[in-house]
Design a protein around this ligand. Structure first.
Ligand code: GTP
Ligand code: GTP
Length: 439
């Protein structure tokens, strides 16, 4: 989807403009259940054309910051992901040094830019007082608007769409509205969680922004990878690693791990390949399974394993034995340190999340049920009539049976396998089962 980025110094009315443009559509998303609206990124629809609008939410607040290398990377990444920039200036007060340095920055990054003069509700005054000096920014004719008073926003939208179409972008496609994928990275001390987290962030296309309000020591962080949004939860501990400081015992407490798991959709369970799978690893994996979260299992420090080329099977077997209760998880061998297979971890997170949110039709479950029951011996007297998926996150199935007491663990194992083998594999996701008595 075409992406338009709003850029401007503080207080020129970026958020107001963002909200007004986004609110122009409504219908397509608003009545969709479970769609959480995002304050910094949303879809704009205008007469059947759609594009994604992204607010920079304070990234450019402090011009001083743009100079710092880290901020430069972030802003450049954001700009690289954008097809068009709306450069917003104050149409009432005119331009300042800050606008000039932003203009400079935008020009150097070679991004297509529309100059928007906001707060121009008094159009005459704007034309006379402010407009002439705006040409010096080097973006040609400014478009005067008033976000607050809804003036000229249609013209702005038409100009945006015209520019995007001139670039050959397809604006007809329906937006995919996806929530951020919430990811937790967990594991015993020293297995390489922080190193893995940093390796993910170091991907060329990763763009990090702290969740507003937690700038100092971000607990959760938003990361865009290939335009997709992830929230890594509880990253403060992972961040702190880079400084050399003794960690407190508290950090490893049960509470902390449970808390991160609870906040996540997908949990990346990191193991130290040089140490196999310990009781503590099993305990953590058990928590993930019981809380019904999707999971990805990572054997890290693969670079330290001797004769590793010949040992994939051995480690896979170990995983299936010791973590059998989450054996649906994708298994990845990484060296976070050397950056091996970090891409695969990201792919696996995507896969697990897709499974976690998949809903299959009842017809598929019941034809599988019929097929398999034809050659299965259920415990005496047990009848399974019908099944349907009643929820996602995790996928939850309800089966109507004649006797709930007769459903024991083997029957649950049987039904889960039936679903995975005959309906949908749900790779990376647990499957929850519910039963109801029926005649
Ligand atoms: N007169 C006038 N005021 C406006 C207009 N649009 C926004 N404002 C006001 O300008 C102020 C700043 O608006 P915001 O939308 O918060 O500006 P921003 O650029 O997002 O600011 P930061 O979040 O600080 O970067 C608010 O008091 C708005 O009410 C407009 O079209 N005309
Ligand atoms: N050789 C090798 N070393 C690694 C790898 N990943 C991490 N390490 C090293 O292992 C040590 C621990 O890594 P961290 O990333 O701090 O581990 P952690 O799980 O975040 O540790 P805690 O914060 O104590 O929970 C560091 O010295 C890393 O450099 C890897 O893939 N290969």
């Amino acid at each position: 989807m075409a992406t338009v980025l709003i850029v401007g110094k503080p207080n020129v009315g970026k958020s107001t403009l963002f909200n007004k443009l986004v609110r122009k559509k409504k219908a397509i998303v608003e009545d969709e259940e479970g769609v959480t609206r995002d304050p910094v990124q949303d879809i704009v629809e205008w007469y059947g054309k759609t594009f994604k609008l992204v607010d920079t939410c304070g990234v450019f607040d402090n011009p001083q910051d743009i100079i710092s290398q880290k901020m430069k990377e972030i802003t450049l990444n954001m700009i690289r992901e954008a097809d068009l920039v709306l450069f917003v200036v104050d149409g009432k007060r005119g331009i300042t040094k800050e606008d000039e340095s932003l203009a400079d920055f935008l020009r150097k990054s070679n991004v297509d830019t529309i100059l928007v003069a906001n707060k121009a509700e008094n159009l005459r005054e704007f034309e006379r007082e402010v407009k002439p000096e705006l040409y010096s920014l080097g973006f040609g004719e400014p478009i005067p608007v008033s976000a607050e008073h809804n003036i000229n926003l249609d013209t702005l939208l038409e100009t945006i769409i015209k520019k995007l179409e001139e670039k050959g972008l397809d604006l007809e496609s329906k937006p995919e509205i996806t929530d951020a994928i919430k990811v937790a990275i967990v594991g015993r001390p020293n297995v390489g969680k922080s190193t893995l987290f940093n390796a993910i962030l170091n991907k060329e296309r990763a763009l990090v922004s702290p969740i507003p309000g937690t700038t100092r020591d971000p607990v959760d962080e938003e990361v865009f990878i290939d335009g997709k949004k992830y929230v890594f939860v509880d990253t403060a501990g992972l961040r702190r690693r880079s400084r050399v400081e003794p960690r407190t015992v508290e950090k490893y407490s049960n509470y902390r791990v449970v808390d991160s798991i609870e906040k996540a959709d997908v949990v990346v369970i990191v193991l130290d390949a040089t140490q196999g799978i310990t009781r503590q690893d099993q305990r953590i994996a058990g928590l993930v399974e019981r809380r019904g979260r999707a999971s990805v299992v990572v054997f890290n420090k693969w670079d330290l394993v001797e004769h590793r080329e010949k040992r994939y099977d051995e480690f896979t077997k170990l995983f299936r034995e010791k973590l059998y209760f989450i054996d649906y998880s994708p298994l990845i061998f990484t060296s976070a340190d050397k950056g091996w297979n970090v891409d695969r971890v990201i792919d696996a997170i995507n896969l697990a999340y897709a499974s976690y949110t998949t809903k299959v039709p009842s017809s598929a479950i019941n034809s599988a049920l019929q097929k398999v029951l034809a050659f299965t011996n259920l415990p005496r007297g047990l009848k399974i009539f019908f099944g349907l998926q009643v929820d996602i996150k995790p996928p939850t199935f309800l089966f109507f049976v004649n006797s709930i007491e007769k459903i024991k663990n083997p029957q649950k194992v049987f039904l889960r396998k039936l679903i995975r083998d005959y309906v949908f594999p749900f790779e990376g996701s647990p499957i929850f089962l519910k039963f109801k008595r029926s005649r």
